[in-house]
Design a protein around this ligand. Sequence first.
Ligand code: ATP
Length: 398
Amino acid sequence: MASLQLLGVTKVFANRETTGSVGGVQAVQQVDWEVGDGELLVLFGPSGSGKTTLLRMIAGLEQPSAGRVLMDGVDVTHSSPRERNVALVFQTGSLYGHLTVAQNLAFGLERQNGGWLSGWTGKSSCGSESALSSEQIAERVRDVAERVGIAPWLQRRPAELSGGQQQRVALARALIRRPKLLLLDEPLASLDGPIRLALARELKQQLREQGLTAIHVTHDLTEALTLADRVAVLIDGQLRQLASPREVYDRPADRQVAELFSPRGLNAWVGHLSVNERGWQFAADDGSLQAARLELVAELAITKEASRRVVMALRPEDCDIASASATQIERADCTLEVVPAAGSQVVAEWLGSDCFGSLLLEPRSAGRLVFRWNEALLGAIQPESRLRVLGRRVLWFE
Ligand code: ATP
């Protein structure tokens, strides 16, 4: 177990196009964080946001352009991967096809003194000596195989295992070395939905039981939410938010974070917010939305500013809809009025079964909204209705 601190960690790659000019690819920018002993941190972000680069700097496979990496308070920025006692599990392909599962597991231990990286990259270990006797190694192999649930397959070769089973073996091979820190780079990405989630849950349990500190990279939101004690959201190489999954969902730091945490889409409007002692009013620039609420918006810490430009956003799962004439609005939490511009048509589309009874509003162009709703709501809405939407959770961004 170990704590991990990053201080201003930055990586700039000079590439052919930019060499000679100022800068280069800013893969990771000024990342600061502290991961506690035994914590499972999920590093989450879109493709190309710098996740792998950051993980490689933590492992010691890549040198930061600036900043420091501390493990248990000790500066390891310039230490080799072996000195850090960190184990990495990749997406696929890290097992040796000509060895049995038992031999794959033992291999990691036999190479321990010769450098763990050799076990992952296939490079020679240059005559390393085993630190453990063969009996001790066999004992450890049995022990980890039991814990990770791969004991029945110890004599099989990787080709005789499914993708999920192979990933379990890869995990066991990382765990058998008893690393201080476990780094997982999309280890479940090659697996299908249900197996992937089942393995994610199991992985979490394994890490909990062993009290291991781990950093798990993914761009899959469900996986991130299933696994994380805390989520670090990386966008364009910047750490935008580091908090519990619940907190990031409820209070995303900015619009891009909110979009990443909105699997069914995010309805967003740019407009003016005006505030007085009684509450607030919002008017979208394109005239497609007017909203009001009789409570101050604490999140924005607005005092008595007359008017300011903001982005207001609503997730589909936080909306309900009713035609103003037909249905009473019972949840007084928030009421929005959506008024299609004069002469425009309200277009209805089926969203499909995964919309959880929610409404998706898509402002496609100024003054026009496209409504989508599910079967339960069909009939409540007339094309010419003035529509009211209940927003249970309204998000604001400056
Ligand atoms: P993915 O989810 O697709 O794996 P990622 O979030 O892991 O993406 P990185 O692989 O860390 O992203 O890449 C971050 C940025 O750094 C990208 O723009 C990438 O093109 C660039 N990059 C990564 N490695 C190098 C390199 N060796 N040389 C130049 N640019 C690089």
